[in-house]
Ligand binder design. Structure first.
Ligand code: ARG
Length: 393
């Protein structure tokens, strides 16, 4: 049953920030009746769009919030079948990629309703790379996704004949009426950037690449007491996410030593700062390659300034800005950016928000556990595959 108090709080916020929306009391009275009748209520399209944008505005860990009003919201609440969801995810990527000029987009699929629970997308992002554990304990690909890769492989996904470091994982989608299904995204909606370095020709030989669009797909959007567990959204990358985390963390691609050796650095002593020097060069390569390919990316210096402009703007609007310092300060050169040198409002907040539910986090990395009991009459699908122009079994 949807909480009327949460609904009313959101509707009041919506009307306070949208004075043209009509009388707030009528709308709340309507919602009260609708909740009495059906156990929940339906957002108008304007409420949905506003709620999604404010959920972004409230994301204490996001440095890119200056652009919160530009979020494009696709109202796909009537979409409930796994194959249609997969097709719309592909379309999401096409719209978001926009030939390199990345647009922030959210696709909102059916919410949880008492009589009809929402579909679930297991993947933590629409585009992620497989990780293959090797007999000697090493991993080819992204070590974060070895569990997910094992699960989808057991379900029938066929990895490329030669396992690569950057093989795109399939989408794993579950609905109550269909159970779990796998979908391969069509190649043409996945833009990637081969990484090369402005000064070092050898860098390109490492064969590194990354995807253009980070599209988070396992966070639950909560607006006024209504839960939208399937609501993938994207912004564009800040270089350090790729260069100072994905490619460098020791439990991810762990490339610092490889790069340091190519650079001829002395790795025998921490104090040569070989890690720091290698990290700078990877990050230069990331920013350089995206820019050269015309794919939107930002750097941590500019984005820190933009973020402080956002905080100031929020203050002028009479609002607080929830901030989690440890996420906002970039993972390299923190003290070289202005966001480091100050304190902020508490990250705890109310109103529209994104949540990572612990089970959703587990599904994003392990591909399980399944959310619904086995469907009553399971339709057996041999992993349908999304191909250009539609679905083929
Ligand atoms: N850090 C995540 C990644 O490297 C993406 C998180 C969202 N980032 C963004 N710029 N919208 O894939």
């Amino acid at each position: 049953m949807t909480d009327l108090a949460a609904a009313a709080e959101f509707i009041e916020l919506f009307h306070a920030e949208n004075p043209d929306a009509g009388p707030v009391h009528d709308r709340i009275a309507w919602i009260r009746a609708e909740i009495d009748e059906t156990g929940t209520y339906r957002h108008t399209e304007d409420e949905l769009t506003f709620g999604a944008r404010v959920a972004w505005r409230n994301s204490a860990r996001c440095i890119g919030r200056l652009y919160w009003k530009s979020l494009r919201v696709r109202d796909l609440r009537s979409v409930r079948d796994a194959s249609s969801i997969a097709e719309h995810c592909a379309e999401h990527l096409r719209l978001a990629t926009n030939n390199g000029k990345i647009r922030p987009v959210m696709s909102v699929f059916a919410p949880d309703r008492p009589e009809a629970p929402a579909p679930r997308i297991y993947n933590d992002q629409l585009i992620r790379y497989a990780g293959y554990g090797q007999p000697d304990g090493t991993v080819v690909g992204d070590p974060l996704y070895t569990g997910f890769t094992t699960t989808v492989t057991a379900m029938g996904w066929e990895p490329p004949t030669t396992q690569g470091a950057f093989d795109i994982l399939p989408l794993l989608i579950e609905t109550r009426h269909e159970g779990q299904q796998l979908f391969t995204l069509p190649r043409e909606v996945i833009r990637e950037v081969p990484l090369r370095h402005p000064d070092f020709a050898w860098f390109a030989e490492l064969g590194l690449r990354w995807h253009a669009v980070p599209a988070i797909s396992n966070m639950r959007l909560d607006i006024g007491g209504v839960s939208y567990p399937a609501a993938p959204f994207n912004g564009w990358y800040m270089g350090t996410e790729i260069g100072a985390r994905n490619l460098t963390d020791i439990d991810r691609y762990n490339l610092l030593e490889v790069i340091a050796e190519r650079l001829g650095l002395d790795t025998s002593d921490d104090r040569t700062l070989w890690r720091d020097r290698a990290a700078v060069e990877i990050n230069r390569a990331v920013l350089h390659s995206y820019a050269e390919d015309g794919v939107t990316i930002t750097d941590h210096h500019s984005e820190s300034r933009h973020f402080l402009a956002h905080v100031a703007k929020e203050e002028r609007a009479g609002r607080g800005c929830p901030v989690d310092w440890s996420w906002i300060v970039p993972p390299m050169s923190g003290g070289l950016t202005p966001v480091f040198h100050r304190y902020y409002d508490d990250p705890e907040t109310t109103g529209p928000q994104f949540f990572v539910d612990p089970e959703a986090a587990q599904r994003g990395q392990q591909g399980g556990p399944r959310y619904f009991a086995e469907p009553v009459s399971p339709k057996r699908h041999a992993a349908p595959v999304l191909v250009p122009g539609g679905l083929a079994d």
